[in-house]
Design a protein around this ligand. Structure first.
Ligand code: KG4
Ligand code: ZN
Length: 333
């Protein structure tokens, strides 16, 4: 019998729902982004984000059921991002999932947001194990070892800013619009790596630290402005990006070697970055590693990845009762 999972994602500024069949076939997805509103404030305003989720969630549900040509009665289980993320935003998705689960008597499956990003690689594709996952987003920078489906061992992560967060903050000081990551990506293409910047944490661990390089860029821009000098924005974007991509590629390569793994997946919003994709692809070609990267539209937040992860979590018997609560912070287990 076919398994239909309804996925719900509201951890940040996207209200998204999706129906996925048997953990691989996307039946329909709706992603309603609030970016145009938050742009005016230079970043996500949590209070506005949760209010917009409340306004949009039933509309998104109705549109999704319409598009997927399915009734909630025909759904097998409901998967929802319970954390980590903005608490007010998460709560809207969790309450919606609990309500549907209660009314329609469907199993409720809690999904960790990072597990969702990882399973973006399983949309229309079968993941091969063991694998290393590099998750790079606005809220996370994590290296995860997976021995098999839905088993996660965190081997390292950021000690301070997430990589996407540092992209966004550097973009802000360069007067680029939110979200700045894609803008830096484009701008760096016409720039040269001419600025001297510190290399982010280059030690024997699998941890990352991006606050040093972020602060170095911010200080550099302020100092140059005070001296009345022009900033070569494209060159600075390129120099910053090269340091960041360099360390992500280097530590990922070492993890693959030390864990004797031949499969790599990358996921999260920053996995959309062209230079990171190129650098990781080249490393994988040199090292004979099989690489999987989700299609661009599945890199940033969406519910297709939550429904896909939900299928594997459901198969592993992971479920929650109606006491499920949203968690702003939680370790992926
Ligand atoms: O995964 P995501 O949609 O949300 C979180 O879970 O955080 O990631 C959003 C982040 C933002 O920081 C955004 O600037 C970054 O991903 N991002 C990029 C690119 N596209 C999105 N960063 C660098 N290059 C890109 N092309
Ligand atoms: Zn995300």
């Amino acid at each position: 019998m076919d398994t239909y999972i309804l996925g719900i994602e509201t951890s940040c500024d996207e209200t998204s729902m999706s129906v996925v069949k048997n953990g691989i076939d996307e039946i329909a997805t709706i992603v309603l982004t609030q970016i145009d509103v938050h742009k005016m404030f230079g970043g996500v305003v949590p209070e506005i984000a949760s209010r917009m989720h409340i306004e949009n969630i039933t509309i998104v549900l109705e549109e999704l059921l319409d598009k997927a040509k399915i009734k909630v009665d025909d759904i097998t289980a409901i998967a929802v991002t319970y954390g980590p993320g903005l608490i007010g935003s998460l709560l809207i998705g969790v309450e919606c999932a609990k309500t549907l689960s209660y009314i329609y008597k469907k199993p409720l499956i809690p999904i960790h947001h990072i597990a969702g990003h990882i399973y973006a690689n399983a949309i229309g594709n079968k993941m091969e194990f063991p694998l290393i996952a590099l998750v790079v987003s606005g809220g996370h920078t994590e290296l995860i070892y997976m021995k098999e489906d839905y088993s996660f061992e965190r081997i390292g992560g950021t000690l301070d800013d997430a990589v996407g967060e540092s992209y966004d903050k550097v973009a802000r000081v360069l007067e680029l619009e939110y979200p700045g990551g894609p803008k830096i990506d484009v701008l760096s293409k016409i720039g040269k790596d001419t600025y001297t910047l510190p290399t982010p944490l280059d030690d024997s661990s699998y941890n990352f630290s991006f606050s040093g390089i972020k602060s170095a860029v911010i200080n550099l821009v302020h100092n140059e402005k005070q001296r009345g000098n022009d900033i070569r924005k494209a060159d600075l974007a390129c120099s910053f990006q090269n340091r960041v991509v360099g360390i992500l590629t280097k530590k990922t390569k070492r993890a693959l070697k030390e864990y004797h793994v031949e499969n790599l997946i990358i996921a999260g919003g920053v996995a959309a970055n062209k230079v990171l994709r190129e650098s990781i692809t080249q490393m994988c070609e040199e090292e004979n590693i099989k690489l999987n990267i989700p299609a661009l539209s599945y890199c940033t937040d969406n519910a297709t990845m939550i429904a896909t992860a939900g299928f594997y979590a459901y198969k592993k018997g992971r479920s929650a009762d109606l006491t499920l609560n949203a968690k702003a912070n939680d370790i992926l287990k």
